[in-house]
Design a protein around this ligand. Structure first.
Ligand SMILES: Cc1cc2nc3c(=O)[nH]c(=O)nc-3n(C[C@H](O)[C@H](O)[C@H](O)COP(=O)(O)O)c2cc1C
Length: 232
């Protein structure tokens, strides 16, 4: 596996998979609208049950991005309305081995940033960076019709992964962000999201800041033997 972040464009699927990281610091450099449109068009080649194509994406840049970030940062600072995601992304009760893996990534990121356990101010400030898309100039907000079923959530993941891999082909990076679903009520005030749509997730898209320490984070994966059974 590549150990260093790649700022070049990927020329193979393996390279794109290998160099995709959730990055948490972006440059202000704009991403051309045509590039975004072309990536989203290609990403929609993702398979979906009976070709339902359940995805819907709001691309936010410029003033709209600023309004969205301002509104969500204010709500996050006030913790009002607080966490009210319609998406149950995480288990209600954490258990092993997932709890340890979750802690590991948290400690690794906060370790790099030298944020000590119990430093609520800096923890808040780092979490808050979700709501400025980690300074990425492009934010994506994904929604799904609330009457759709579990299969469409699988389809959605494939669509999102396509976006993240296609971004690498363009020399771009991403961070998928469940954090936006926590503030869907605020998001709804800024974007023309219909009541029947659930805010699934967000994503930061842009050029990586090569000087940001948090972008050096390389998360671990368990060995293939631990998650695969080969049965002859
Ligand atoms: C659907 C989804 C939602 C995520 N939400 C967040 C988020 O809100 N904020 C964040 O910083 N990272 C978020 N992540 C990134 C994960 O922490 C990251 O994928 C994981 O630690 C593995 O690291 P890697 O993506 O760099 O390989 C999310 C990832 C996924 C797939």
């Amino acid at each position: 596996m590549t150990q260093h972040i790649s700022y070049d464009s990927s020329s193979s699927v393996s390279d794109a998979v290998d160099t995709r990281r959730s990055l948490r610091a972006f440059l202000a450099s704009d991403v051309p609208r045509d590039t975004i449109a072309s990536m989203l068009q290609k990403a929609s080649r993702a398979p979906s049950g009976t070709n339902m194509q359940p995805w819907k994406t709001y691309v936010v840049t410029g003033n709209t991005r600023q309004q969205l970030c301002d509104a969500c940062c204010t709500a996050f600072d006030e913790q009002s309305p607080g966490y009210d995601s319609e998406v149950r992304y995480y288990p209600e009760r954490w258990f092993e081995p997932y709890l340890s893996r979750r802690r590991q990534v948290g400690w690794s990121l906060y370790g790099l940033l030298d944020i000590k356990k119990g430093d609520r101010e800096r923890t808040h400030a780092q979490h808050r960076r979700n709501y400025v898309f980690f300074d990425a100039p492009v934010g994506l907000i994904f929604t799904l019709h609330r009457d759709l079923a579990t299969g469409s959530w699988l389809d959605y993941g494939m669509f999102m992964q396509n976006i993240m891999l296609l971004a690498r082909e363009q020399g771009l990076h991403t961070c998928p962000q469940a954090a936006w679903a926590d503030y869907h009520e605020v998001v709804r005030k800024v974007l023309p999201i219909q009541p029947e749509e659930i805010v699934v997730c967000g994503m930061a898209l842009g050029y990586a800041d090569p000087d940001a320490i948090e972008n050096t984070l390389v998360t671990e994966r368990v060995a293939v033997e631990e998650h695969v059974d080969f049965l002859d």
